[in-house]
Design a protein around this ligand. Structure first.
Ligand SMILES: Cc1cc2nc3c(=O)[nH]c(=O)nc-3n(C[C@H](O)[C@H](O)[C@H](O)COP(=O)(O)OP(=O)(O)OC[C@H]3O[C@@H](n4cnc5c(N)ncnc54)[C@H](O)[C@@H]3O)c2cc1C
Length: 357
């Protein structure tokens, strides 16, 4: 295998593969993606995969997510059907007292061009007839949706490979050194040299950063998801808590637990998740649960993406974030712009690693 590349991306999840694909659209120099396992083995293969905008706070972060959601239809056109569905998103509330909070959210989003409606109980039930009739209302935004994360990564990889990107899987990076103004990336399958190095190791970002003495403050936050048997299509929207996939399975849950890298599923969270799902959609009581899985979020210390140049290093870039499925097309676009043009079409200063001091 070739050992000299213009650019190496460490991590082939939805973030790293998104960057590699977007780079390959503009840039025919050698790009190599290295993954210690395979591209769906990390968080990107264990996610709800909502493309979610509404009720992200503060509103500038929602705005950033909106730009990414807007790229999805075009992305599907370019790389193929990733089962992206702009279903619209519903965030139900069960107490009338929450309506005021919902209205404040809608008001703050109006200023940035995200239209949120605050629905009455009747409007919610009209849109989503299987929702619990005890619902008091919901916020609704038409921009939310979901995607099939496996198809997304698969299509990214196929398109990237067609454009000349190389992938090396089951190949763990163990050491990174700077040699003569380049990066020497030492891996299980040999050493590779590159000019540009992109750190997209998701929840393992901290240990990859340590190889260069760069502190990337990303922590682990486990999430457990229940999956039902395939049911006839009956849910219309992406509901903050559950969604129905194209094959009829309902994916339920969004737990957040500090469990390090432990990917176990646990009975207490499974029960809480089942209760939440039944509260939202009582008919799910009858559904058979066929499996539960867990994933480990890459959670930056302050919750916001870490993107862009690594301060103090030439040609070294980082992309580590929660909500990486939502943000993937935008991150791919912006990191490509940064490498190719030296600037980005949307400012990313607030996401710089330098904010952590
Ligand atoms: C339960 C749950 C629900 C979620 N729901 C949503 C959602 O609805 N919407 C949304 O947008 N986001 C959601 N997320 C978050 C989203 O899934 C992640 O932000 C996204 O998958 C991160 O992608 P990534 O490419 O950064 O990381 P990963 O997919 O983990 O990819 C990182 C890759 O780096 C590789 N790697 C690590 N170390 C090395 C090394 N030393 N050498 C070589 N390779 C290495 C790994 O093998 C891995 O493949 C959810 C996450 C969880 C856990």
């Amino acid at each position: 295998m070739e050992t000299n590349y213009e650019t190496i991306v460490i991590g082939g999840g939805v973030v790293g593969s998104g960057i590699a694909y977007h780079l390959s659209e503009r840039y025919k120099e050698g790009v190599l993606v290295l993954d210690k396992k395979y591209p769906m083995s990390g968080t990107s293969g264990s996610t709800q995969a909502w493309v979610w905008v509404h009720n992200k706070t503060p509103s500038w972060y929602a705005e950033f997510s909106m730009y990414s959601a807007e790229l999805y239809p075009y992305l599907s056109k370019k790389i193929g059907d990733v089962e992206y569905k702009r279903t619209g998103g519903l965030s139900p509330f069960f107490n009338e007292s929450d309506r005021e909070k919902a209205q404040k959210l809608a008001e703050s989003y109006r200023k940035i061009g995200i239209k949120i409606k605050v629905l009455s109980r009747e409007e919610v039930l009209e849109k989503e007839p299987y929702m619990n009739p005890e619902v008091a209302g919901a916020t609704y935004s038409s921009i939310d949706g979901n995607v099939n994360p496996f198809r997304l990564i698969d299509m990214y990889m196929r398109a990237a490979k067609r454009n000349g990107v190389r992938y090396s899987t089951y190949n763990r990076v163990t050491e990174i050194r700077q040699v003569n103004g380049k990066y020497l990336v030492v891996s299980d399958k040999g050493a590779f040299e590159c000019k540009n190095l992109i750190l997209a190791g998701g929840t393992w970002s901290r240990e990859i950063g340590d190889m260069l003495g760069v502190k990337i403050p990303v922590n682990q936050l486990r999430g457990q998801i229940l999956v039902s048997e395939p049911l006839k299509p009956f849910l219309n929207f992406t509901i903050s808590g559950l969604r129905q996939a194209n094959n009829g399975e309902v994916l339920m849950g969004y737990s957040m637990e500090e469990a390090g890298f432990n990917r176990a599923t646990t009975l207490d969270v499974i029960q809480e998740t089942a209760n939440m799902a039944v509260r939202y959609v009582p008919g799910l009581r009858k559904a058979k649960i066929v499996r539960a899985f867990s994933g480990i979020r890459a959670m930056p210390e302050d919750g916001f993406p870490i993107l862009g140049n690594v301060p103090g290093y030439e040609n070294l870039y980082v992309a580590a974030t929660h909500s990486g499925v939502t943000l993937s097309p935008l991150i791919g676009t912006l990191i490509t712009e940064l490498i190719m043009d030296g600037e980005t079409s949307i400012p990313i200063d607030r996401y710089s690693l330098s904010r952590f001091g």
